[in-house]
Design a binder for this molecule. Structure first.
Ligand code: GDP
Length: 440
């Protein structure tokens, strides 16, 4: 996320961080570099200028030049200003109303349908709500089908009425359906166009007026930079929406949209989308995002994600298995799947302070575990629960079946053995023995 911006800001602030004495000249120089980094990230010119002016004023006001750690103070000022620019505090969504009605708006391809599903899934699991998805795209039958697929994946009912060409009527019927079935959140997915046009604006505005949602969310593809900001402005003029959803932040996004959008429409970014999977949704915390942009990682979010995936019952089962020496490849596979659920690997690594920078050239993607999974899938149940039976001919067979090599199978077996040993030692609290094993 925002690799190039992070790198440039890091370079800009590096001078100050390393310098013993700091002069007015290199503060000005640094801020010029910061401004350039923001502009390169597609931040609006006016915003970038105001940003550096504010930081400069604050730096002068706080006597940065004579402070004990001028570099640190400058980094803090930049961080605080970035946080402020992106919205200050995190803002949740309004779940009042029975049912709560949430209207999704945005251009076609922005990620509305995907996000509708993610939000339904999020509300269902985190807030123990009972959501209903409503398909109001009357132009593209495929869009309605897509919402049904999404609903199926997350176990959420989808209301649609193919053949009905009146989106207002469908939205109203959807809400009535939710009431009748005791569902308490209605998420309405609407039709988008490739660009802002009058007919689309009139349609979304009509739906908005007719159903008076508690929350109107505007979904925008972060990859589109300044365009995202302009589109947001057009939608906000018509809908006066409550919040922005920035999608596709997992891609090679430059960051301009995330940084500029709040100050242009004066509406908070509420959630971000970081992948195509239903779990790839995060509450937007301006301060955490600023940390990530400045390469400081985001340990809080990382721990939260780990906690979300932590299943106490499952953990106990595994503990027991380890104690009894029964931890097998099936359990290993489950662990991998849990890690994968935490999100995209590159994204996770970016949350570790300093790691994003270190790993920027390493090609890690969601397929990182693919080879391992393929190897395990090619094992028989017996081999999975008792890997010691895997002899040379079995290794050959497994390698062939998984499209890998005997060498890779060997490597996995070795890693698995080491891991099993270590887990066993940790269980017994034999710290010293473990250290020994790690050295050996
Ligand atoms: P809609 O036309 O606004 O409903 O957009 P869709 O939900 O159909 O999304 C358009 C494309 O973007 C689909 O291929 C989605 O899988 C993809 N997409 C949506 N959100 C994200 C995201 O956060 N990250 C990535 N990488 N892809 C996304």
């Amino acid at each position: 996320m925002f690799n190039s911006l992070s790198e440039k800001l890091d370079k800009a602030l590096h001078v100050l961080k390393g310098h013993g004495s700091i002069s007015e000249v290199n503060v000005a120089e640094t801020l010029k570099e910061v401004r350039r980094a923001l502009l390169d990230a597609d931040v609006n010119f006016k915003i970038a200028k105001e940003f550096t002016n504010t930081v400069k004023e604050k730096a002068m006001g706080q006597n940065v030049l004579t402070s004990l750690q001028p570099g640190q103070l400058m980094v803090k000022l930049v961080k605080d200003e970035l946080t402020q620019l992106m919205g200050g505090d995190a803002e949740g969504i309004n779940l009042s109303g029975d049912p709560t009605v949430i209207l999704m708006s945005g251009l076609q391809g922005s990620g509305k349908t995907t996000f509708s599903g993610k939000l339904a899934n999020y509300l269902k699991t985190k807030k123990t709500k009972r959501p209903l998805l409503v398909a109001c795209d009357v132009y593209r039958p495929a869009a309605v089908d897509q919402l049904h697929v999404v609903g199926g994946q997350i176990g959420v009912e989808v209301y649609s009425d193919k053949g009905n060409t009146d989106p207002v009527a469908i939205a109203k019927a959807g809400i009535a359906h939710a009431k009748a079935k005791g569902l308490n959140v209605v998420i309405i997915d609407t039709a988008g166009r490739l660009a802002v046009d009058e007919a689309m604006m009139a349609e979304i505005s009509n739906i908005h007026k007719a159903i008076q949602p508690q929350e109107t969310l505007f979904v925008v593809d972060a990859m589109t930079g300044q365009d995202a900001v302009n589109t947001a402005k057009s939608f906000n003029d018509i809908l006066n929406f409550d919040g922005v959803i920035l999608t596709k932040l997992d891609g090679d996004t430059r960051g301009g949209a995330a940084i500029s959008i709040k100050s242009v429409v004066n509406k908070p970014i509420k959630f971000i989308g970081t992948g195509e999977k239903m779990e790839a949704i995060d509450v937007f915390y301006p301060s955490r995002m600023a940390d990530r942009i400045l390469g400081m990682g985001d340990v809080v979010s990382l721990v939260e994600r780990a906690q979300e995936q932590y299943d106490e019952v499952e953990a106990r089962k595994i503990q027991k298995k380890i104690a009894k020496n029964q931890f097998g490849f099936d359990d290993f596979l489950k662990q991998i799947q849990q890690i994968k659920k935490m999100g995209n690997m590159k994204d996770l690594i970016g949350m570790i302070p300093g790691a994003g920078k270190m790993m920027k050239d390493v090609d890690i993607d969601d397929d990182a575990f693919m080879g391992i999974e393929a190897i395990i899938h090619s094992m028989t149940p017996e081999e999975r629960s008792n890997p010691t039976v895997i002899n040379a001919s079995r290794k050959k067979r497994i390698g062939k079946g998984s499209g890998t090599s005997v060498q890779e199978v060997n490597q996995l077996l070795k890693q698995f053995n080491q891991m099993s040993k270590m887990m066993k030692m940790m269980q017994g609290g034999k710290g010293k023995a473990m250290m020994q094993a790690m050295k050996g």
